[in-house]
Design a protein around this ligand. Structure first.
Ligand SMILES: *[C@@H]1O[C@H](CO)[C@@H](O)[C@H](O)[C@H]1NC(C)=O
Ligand SMILES: *[C@@H]1O[C@H](CO)[C@@H](O)[C@H](O)[C@H]1NC(C)=O
Ligand SMILES: *[C@@H]1O[C@H](CO)[C@@H](O)[C@H](O)[C@H]1NC(C)=O
Length: 348
């Protein structure tokens, strides 16, 4: 009896290892009346952690941790070569891929072999590095701050400005050193291109390390934004941030977030509110682009969390029509930047 009790924690650890951030929601969907719509293979990809998904499809997988100047411990996934073609290890041209707001490196893997960008590039002979920005599920760690401790709430004190100034340079230094390459290709989706533009503007010495930059839905200036939801909330950017902070919310749509199960209800396949789901999570509005067959896979791995301030900072872009540093409020701007308005994100 005693022995089996001792074994139990060990067994639990084995059973819970290798699960995706929202595997519990995937289990729930599978048991629900809608569960019959999807194949068990799709459910499995939704439930497995990213390493297991990549290994399941027999691609090489490496996990790397990179520490930024300001102490954030970032998690990158490397697919160093292809499976069917270009499948020998060795020196290859490096391509970095960085995800959008609330997302993670899983975005470039989940569609599977033959469809997902990361696999296609590996087959074409690239050394593929899937990066994660500070604060998401794979980069939720710091050398001195604990993102779960109330006393360490300054962990969440960042937007895509810090991702550009610290995360991207740290990744470039680490990856160039490790691979012995001098330059890389860079692909950024949405916020992944916003932070790249910040990096190249604020740390111009890094431009010479880039062969090419591909911006997928690149985002910098927002004065033409027509999304009514964003237009209506943008004027309240910092009011909403401080309200959220006052009730103890600094992180949105992270691992144990209360909103994620609500989103799941809204976003289930074939129900009338899918338009709202797309508005909220901003999958492409055109019909047929969001592959609803794959919904359990996306549900397991996304959203991946962000700080409230990332969203506030985009709200400021819409409100002021500028591509600028974070607006702390006039008094704090003076202390931080030496001026009342935040400086534009341009060459320094
Ligand atoms: C955070 O990083 C430290 C140091 O690398 C490591 O020991 C710890 O396990 C990490 N924590 C999490 C939750 O990943
Ligand atoms: C948050 O960061 C800003 C600048 O990035 C800094 O001025 C401020 O003091 C920080 N606040 C905390 C609580 O760490
Ligand atoms: C959705 O994804 C599945 C699995 O990759 C694929 O078989 C199917 O053709 C896709 N559907 C659309 C509409 O792209």
């Amino acid at each position: 009896m005693c022995q089996s009790l001792l074994v139990l924690p060990f067994l639990l650890a084995v059973v819970t290892a290798g699960r995706s951030p929202h595997a519990d929601l995937v289990d729930k969907l599978e048991r629900s009346p809608e569960g019959g719509r999807y194949s068990s293979n799709i459910f499995e990809d939704g439930r497995l952690d990213l390493e297991s998904v990549i290994r399941k499809y027999q691609y090489p997988y490496e996990s790397h941790h990179v520490v930024t100047e300001d102490g954030y411990i970032l998690g990158a996934v490397r697919i160093p070569h292809g499976r069917d073609q270009n499948n020998q290890p060795g020196s290859k041209t490096v391509v970095l891929i960085l995800h959008g707001l609330l997302s993670s490196c899983a975005d470039f893997v989940l569609l599977g072999p033959g469809q997902a960008l990361a696999y296609m590039l590996a087959e074409e002979g690239y050394d593929v590095w899937l990066l994660n920005s500070r604060g998401n599920f794979h980069s939720r760690n710091h050398t001195t701050l604990d993102p779960n401790r109330r006393g360490d709430i300054s962990f969440w004190n960042f937007s895509w400005d810090e991702m550009g100034r610290y995360d991207i340079p740290a990744y470039l230094d680490y990856i160039l050193e490790l691979t012995g390459q001098e330059k890389v290709h860079y692909i950024g989706h949405s916020q992944g291109s916003t932070s790249f533009l910040v990096a190249m503007s604020m740390r111009p010495e890094y431009n010479e390390k880039i062969i090419s930059f591909q911006g997928l839905a690149p985002a910098a200036f927002f004065y033409n934004n027509r999304n009514p939801f964003y237009l209506n909330i943008a004027p309240f950017e910092r009011v909403l941030e401080s309200l959220a902070n006052q009730i103890g919310i600094y992180e949105v749509l992270g691992r144990n977030d209360v909103l994620t199960p609500i989103l799941m209800q809204i976003c289930r396949d074939g129900i009338a509110t899918q338009a709202l789901c797309r508005l909220l999570i901003q999958y492409d509005k055109s019909e047929g682009v969001f592959n609803t067959t794959m919904f359990p896979v996306f549900l397991g791995h996304a959203p991946s969390g962000a700080s409230i301030r990332q969203i506030t900072h985009y709200g400021q872009g819409i409100k002021f029509g500028t591509f600028s540093r974070y607006h702390h409020g006039h008094r704090k701007n003076l202390v931080t930047y030496g001026r009342v308005d935040p400086p534009p994100t341009t060459w320094t």
